[in-house]
Design a protein around this ligand. Sequence first.
Ligand code: SF4
Ligand code: SF4
Length: 703
Amino acid sequence: MTEQIIFAAVTVIAFGILAWSFSKIFRIIKLLKKPYSIKNVGERLSRFLKVVIGQNKIMRYPIVGFMHALVFWGFILILFGSAEMLTDGFIGSPFDHDLSNDRIFSVLGIVYNIIIAGGDISAWIILILIIAFLIRRNFMKIKRFTGNEMRHRDHKDASFALLLILLLMVSLIGMNAAYIVNSGTDVFGLFPLSSLITDWIPQSSAHMIELIMWWSHILLIFFFANYLPYSKHFHVFMSAPNVYFSRTEPLTKMNEMESVTGEVKLMLNPDAEVPPIDENTEPERFGLKDVEDGTWKNYIDSLACTQCGRCTSVCPANLTGKLLSPRKVVLDYRRRMEEKIKGLLKEGKTYDDGKSLYPDYTTYEELWACTTCNACAQECPVSIDHPSMILEMRRYIFLEESAAPSLINAMSTNIENNGAPWKYSAADRFNWADKLCFNDKNKTEIKVPLMSEKLNEGKTPEYLLWVGSAGAYDEGGIEITRNFAKILEHAGVNYACLGTEETDSGDNAKRAGNEFLFQMQAMMNIEIMNGYKVKKIVTCDPHDYNTLKNEYSDLDGNYEVIHHTQLIQELIKDGKLKVDPKVFSGKKITFHDPCYLGRGNREYKAPRFTLNQIGSITEMKRNKSRSLCCGAGGTQMFKEAEKGDKEVYELRTEDALETGCNLIATACPMCMTMMKDGLKMKDKEKEIEVMDIAEIVVKSLGI
Ligand code: SF4
Ligand code: SF4
């Protein structure tokens, strides 16, 4: 009875401390903003099954990933035994000499035997793997475990947590073996591996050993559970909810700021009907300056981080020696919250200690180095969304401090004045279509149709060809648009353009943090497109594709948007484009995946389908969802790069050169420019060509 009372007291204390730790977390969660709607339960559960139960993201690194997955699955089986131990403790059976008669869950019969056998095998597997992880962490130089953000105590914390798991397994195995010896023929459950070491345990001390191991195991569980909230291993608790609540939208979709929508509507139309502003509520700060400006998802992201460094190991900015490390951005949030949590809990959001997340933890230089490629978010095994946090801090810099880099300010001014990020006249937006003709004997001229003309003729084109600023003004972009228009004409697609009625999509303004300008551009475009009753849009620019497809819908712009590589694929499949593979025979082609088409919107097949009709592709080592950014996205195209060892486009060009290709295929005007710049830098522009898929198709059609 005394043991039972001691056990009950220890359990109450352990759970009490844990509840206190969690209550602080819940109070902070209540204090923070909602991130987005979390109603789509079915989609979330399916993701949960894949990422948490199936461990599919962690297995992107197959060997280490499988080792981690084994530990996770093993823990689930062992949890069953731990639950039984707690129940047994209250009943008092472990403290009696004859333990075997009182294994409470043994009523489950064969299922019990299977689970206990699984737990026993798992304990051994975890023991071996934890030893391997300890050796790996402490004696091998794994680059992704290092970095400026990794403090000495983080390494010690990681090793300590591993050591605790090791002791948990040793005590569990010892308890199992002693139980077998102590119970003789009355053993409940199967212990296929622990039964192999029973010879080491003398019958006379079996019960004592079992009791010591039982207490050690249960106390270690209590200690471990209470240590976790203050350790990097908190992901043991937090990764599952974090995955469940993660964003289900495409990675490159950036949330809208509802708080500016009303103002933008009024700026465009003073008579617009907008919800009245509540004069009594304090206006919220734009963007993220300090932890209390974040959402509760930002907070649980920071608690779920395993510090594995997978995000940083794929970040193009980090790989090229820049200060930015996405892991640091997440850890900065957690560390800043740890610093501020007492004050926030006491005084609420108004608590001010004179410091803030930006710039005291995460700096200007880090934030502006991000290309918004989303490689970090793609790779994170616990579905953390780093780019959203970075962009929210850019919003703060732009909207509250007006302190964006000068070239980004210039870009914004150009968009405001000319409807393009460069100093070109809005009146020249349709000049790309001048003197466009087929490559036949007669040089048959192509007259690119306009939506306004179609409307006058009483016709409704199937597709709006969205040209975009790069497609209308950038030299390489113009070539892509002209080639694609030829393809549309050749295949007899019913399409039209907006001509000078089109204005910049606002994509770059949004990535710079200038949500006012983005919404202004978007609303102007939406008004025009809705006026023409546009249903389907095709575009050659993956950035505008993403914005029109995923972000305009927040502002009542609902369209079916496809990328030109998707339409080309469809036209080839329908027999409307008959490409000649001889044109490119002898060419060794490699394909660079645009981040906003591939990782952002999961389109990897369409460009490859077309290229495979024309020749064969040699993939770069980093391809598809693992593709490396060209370095242009997230407004990088319009500003100087941050300090580093090399340019991102240089690194990506090296990836392409490694394949031994003589043709780099792209599917984005910005990627094309960057790859061309990379080849120039490497002095290879004469040996290797860069072509958009539209150009490759035009050449292979001979049009
Ligand atoms: S989005 Fe890309 S550049 Fe930005 S932090 Fe993530 S990996 Fe790095
Ligand atoms: S953010 Fe994700 S990928 Fe990066 S260190 Fe944390 S858990 Fe690993």
